[in-house]
Design a protein around this ligand. Sequence first.
Ligand code: E4P
Length: 212
Amino acid sequence: MEIFLDTANVNDVILYKDFIDGVTTNPSLIAKSGRSDYGALIGEICQLVSGSVSVEVTSRERNDVLAEARYLAKIHNNVCVKLPCTWDGLRACRELSAEGISTNLTLCFSASQALLAAKCGATYVSPFLGRLEDCGHDGLTLLEEITGIFEIQGYETRVLAASIRNRKQVIQAALLGVGAVTLPPSILKQCFDHPLTTQGLEIFERDWKSML
Ligand code: E4P
């Protein structure tokens, strides 16, 4: 399972680069980074990681989406163009896939959207677990449906579990065999931590010092 960092902050990428396979960004994360030179920002992030870096189009209409996607794809070979799961986004996906441009179909909230993304040749499809659960729906059920459909139908599109809010969702996604998860830095940090590990180290250190 690939682990991506959900950030547009270069310092976060530097901090976690040994543990991640790539990065996912979105317009909100780029705005939060405070960088207006986003082409240069994406280039910098791509230099730091060896895997895919998802960058989202902000256009809505198919021709504009295509032009923006082709521009983004030229920034670096590792750019994976994020397209919305919409009529125009899916049509653009079909065309970009045929051109060999890597795509990540984002803002996926239903199995039918994921199915269409796979049929359009998407490289990744990103179901948003956290945002679904924020409004009372079951993100895990959606993930189960999508992974089940892709397995039964033999689709090559990789499921990228997104909008992750806690460690439990990371493990649930891994158990379902998803191809990738994307984690905000705070959740990736939590994956390293356990209070018993911290406590155990303190005990070992105290006992060791008592013998010196
Ligand atoms: C996915 O690629 C998105 O950038 C991200 O996971 C959205 O997460 P959020 O719901 O925490 O904003």
